[in-house]
Design a protein around this ligand. Structure first.
Ligand SMILES: [Zn+2]
Length: 402
């Protein structure tokens, strides 16, 4: 359920441009409906996914006690001028938030009422920044793309680099998260298994709600936690039809008639039992959603094994979240060169750095996020002869191309 445009327009007429309903909501149902209208066969696909994942009331979890599964993440920042600047540190922080919340390491977990404490999952799914080898170098899973398209996050052009968006890395191997303007009514959306074609599989987050941020309700980076939940096969915890007839397919989340917003007082009851409104898959404020249930994590693990197995096979490398923690100093040799230059860094650990090469007039001729290792090579044969500056992080070296 989303704060629809019609609703927004009506509210605007009724109460003017107040903050009411300026608060965006999850666009999962809206996008599901939109996709289903465009391709009715999606209904059958999703019914089949739900049938596979459905847990009976006495479902016993045997799959969760095992080594954690790792999902490599690539983040596409598709930014217009008015969007908030998102640093690399904010991207690392968002990934750490995913790891914290998916593994019950959040301190606010102690606010879960005693009734639901036995339902808290220990986790078992972790996220890391993806790395992909692009021939010469290892490219880090941070892609920055500028756009002047409004509400780009709802537009299919978002998924094409040649249309001003950013083409996904192989969606069978990587979780793609696009950070793009989804308009004022949608905070983000995650694609349910079977919901879209492969090139659109992933999660889209409005820049205002990415990572820890200044927004009133979604300030703790949990829009991404909720949307990745959808991407891994979770439904909202309430009955989408507003009654108690349908279920989210998870055995240990109680039936719930409708969503909660804000931060309700416990207990709240519908459908004959107390509601688990503090679950990440409800609509409460970020500082009031604190848990996934055991059944929800079991469902996500089943999705990974059944519908998204390539994600956990770790074809690519997963990078530890370090930025600029290594020694800035590096050496280029030989210098002058013709062709391939070697780069040596004294530190042994890999880190992500922005590598830029600019010419003597200051024009950038190369710019990419690279995984910086202690020994690397760059093929610079594409550059005409001349003096250049090779910058990694904050330091740069002069190099002459013959
Ligand atoms: Zn949602």
């Amino acid at each position: 359920m989303t704060c629809s445009r019609i609703f927004l327009q009506v509210m605007f007429l009724l109460i003017g441009n107040s903050s009411y309903c300026q608060e965006a909501m999850c666009g999962f149902q809206y996008m599901l409906k939109k996709n289903t209208i465009a391709d009715p066969s999606i209904v059958d696909k999703i019914t089949e996914v739900n049938r596979t994942l459905s847990q009976p009331d006495d479902y016993v979890i045997s799959a969760v006690a095992r080594e954690n599964l790792f999902i490599p993440v690539v983040v596409h920042i598709v930014k217009s001028e008015s969007d908030r600047y998102i640093s690399d540190e904010a991207i690392f922080s968002q990934i750490q938030i995913l790891n914290r919340d998916f593994n019950a390491k959040n301190l606010d977990l102690n606010t879960v009422p005693d009734e639901f404490k036995p339902n808290i999952s220990n986790g078992g799914i972790e996220f890391c920044l993806a790395v992909r080898n692009d021939g010469n170098s290892d490219k880090a899973g941070i892609i920055r793309q500028y756009t002047d398209v409004e509400f780009f996050g709802l537009n299919n052009n978002l998924y094409y680099t040649d249309r001003g968006g950013s083409t996904a890395w192989d969606t069978e191997k990587y979780l793609n998260i696009w950070v793009a303007d989804t308009g004022e009514s949608i905070s983000g959306f995650g694609s349910y298994p079977g919901q879209t074609e492969a090139y659109r599989q992933g999660v889209v987050i409005h820049p205002a709600y990415f990572g820890e941020n200044e927004s009133r309700r979604y300030n703790l980076g949990r829009v991404a936690v909720h949307e990745v939940g959808h991407y891994l096969g979770l439904n909202h915890v309430w009955d989408n039809n507003g009654n108690c007839d349908t279920d989210d397919g998870v055995f240990d989340t109680p039936s719930q008639q409708s969503s909660y917003t804000g931060c309700p007082q416990y207990p709240q009851s519908t459908c004959g039992s107390n509601d688990m409104f503090m679950d990440f898959m409800d609509y409460v404020d970020d500082d009031c959603m604190v848990m996934f249930s055991k059944g929800q994590v079991a469902r996500m693990i089943t999705v990974l094994e059944t519908f998204r197995p390539g994600l956990i096979q770790m074809n690519g490398e997963c990078l530890s979240l370090k930025e600029n923690s290594v020694e800035e100093n590096f050496f280029l040799h030989p210098n002058p060169i013709r062709g391939i230059v070697s780069v040596e860094v004294s530190e042994n650990t890999a880190s992500v750095k922005q590598v830029e090469i600019y010419n003597s007039t200051g024009k950038t001729v190369f710019s990419e996020k690279i995984v910086f290792r202690n020994k690397m090579t760059f093929d610079l044969s594409f550059l005409p002869a001349g003096i250049y500056f090779f910058r990694a992080g904050k330091s740069s070296k002069k190099i002459m191309i013959l």
